[in-house]
Design a protein around this ligand. Structure first.
Ligand code: HEC
Length: 354
């Protein structure tokens, strides 16, 4: 296994878009009709609720503004269809948003969702459909607002080790995202804040079914030895079918002490999205291969990581990821277990919707 293999895998991935389902066409006029009859009183003609209207005042919560392009783009249409059908409460939002599943057919709901989505031009923003599940190692392409805790437990000869990472990711502008990370490691008596990472990610290309981003991250040591490193990556997300999603990333690590002591990591994951309800357990299988640039720095290491994504809140904006790493090449440890807790803070406070 070598670079040729890494790059043929990458080339194969780039062919995936050809296999894709074509987006359905919705009836926007029918959607507008449904909207004027059923939604306008609370959500307003333009999609922005009128704060002075007695109906809106009586609600006690302000419906979100559909005419805000960032907000409108970042919420997947499928999630909105669920909210419209089953009501706000069922998806962790306010119960003042009524369920329309009795009054409206699924087709009406799809049309009115498409109409609401068309209220503002969101073509410059990556669509929320592409905000796919966070994998363990594969980098995510969608720019978002998120706090993430990642824990990795390593069972090995001698003292077991923990690595804890706290990440803060903040959407910047139409396609960008700021990344800040703090890494803590402990092994036996040694427990230190090893490094801080700061970076930026930008969506380079996207559609309703794919997103490709590029990122650069600088890691600086805090208590650990060394000069730190520069990491760059390309991250790709793809909706393969209504129930399968695929993500992949190619990451290059360049230590400041000597760039050719770095490595290339190719990772990919497939998740089975078997339900539109976010509070479910979604299995995924991830493969990771890491190759040092110089063969004197070791051989290719690769591993499989079966994992599950567990939606904790009704809307799934707080979720857990559990996984194990199964080595497919020689390595120095016995087992590794991963725990990730994430909170998508654009979708509400941590305590909302449990
Ligand atoms: C009785 C008032 C009322 C009616 C009628 C109503 N909504 Fe809502 N809707 C709300 C409120 C209030 C919220 C905000 C819930 C929250 O943020 O917790 C909301 C939220 C939503 C959301 C979720 C937005 C988000 O935060 O992700 C969508 C989508 C939506 N409404 C669409 C519709 C559509 C389409 C109709 C008509 C078929 C409709 N609503 C009718 C009050 C209403």
């Amino acid at each position: 296994m070598n670079y040729r293999l890494l790059f043929s895998v990458a080339a194969g991935l780039s062919l995936l878009p050809c296999l894709l389902p074509v987006a359905e066409a919705y009836d926007l006029d029918a959607g507008r009709q449904t909207y004027s009859t059923n939604c306008v009183a609370c959500h307003g003609v333009s999609g922005r609720a009128d704060a002075d209207s007695p109906v809106v005042e009586a609600l006690g919560v302000m419906p979100a503004d559909f005419s805000d392009a960032l907000f409108n783009s970042r919420e997947p249409a499928g999630d909105w269809e669920m909210v419209i059908k089953y009501g706000g409460y069922a998806l962790g939002l306010a119960e003042q948003m009524p369920a329309h599943g009795e009054a409206l057919s699924d087709e009406d709901i799809q049309n009115v969702t498409a109409y609401v989505k068309s209220m503002v031009d969101t073509s410059a923003y990556p669509p929320g459909e592409m905000n796919l599940f966070l994998p363990i190692r594969t980098k995510k392409a969608f720019p978002e607002d998120e706090y993430v805790y990642k824990g990795r437990f390593t069972n090995q000869d001698g003292e077991d080790a923990w690595k804890n990472v706290l990440e803060f990711e903040k959407r910047v502008g139409k396609r960008g995202q700021l990344i800040v990370e703090l890494v803590h490691e402990s092994e036996g008596d040694v427990s230190e804040l090893t490094e801080a990472e700061v970076g930026y990610k930008q969506a380079l290309s996207f559609s309703d079914t794919h997103v490709l981003s590029g990122a650069a991250v600088v890691a600086v040591p805090i208590e650990a030895d060394g000069d730190g490193e520069l990491q760059t990556y390309l991250a790709y997300g793809q909706i393969l079918s209504p129930s399968w999603i695929f993500q992949s990333s190619l990451r290059l690590k360049f230590p400041f002490e000597g760039a050719d002591d770095g490595s290339a990591e190719l990772a990919g994951i497939v998740h089975w999205v078997h339900s539109p309800w976010p509070r479910r357990v979604f299995p995924g299988l991830e493969l990771v291969a890491e190759q040092p640039f110089r063969s004197s720095n070791g051989d290719l290491e690769w591993a499989a990581m079966p994992q599950v994504r567990i939606g904790l809140t009704r809307g799934g904006h707080v979720a857990l990821n559990l996984g194990v790493e199964v080595p497919l090449s020689d390595q120095a440890w016995d087992e590794r277990v991963y725990v990730t807790l994430l909170w998508d803070f654009a979708d509400g406070s941590f305590f909302q919707g449990w």
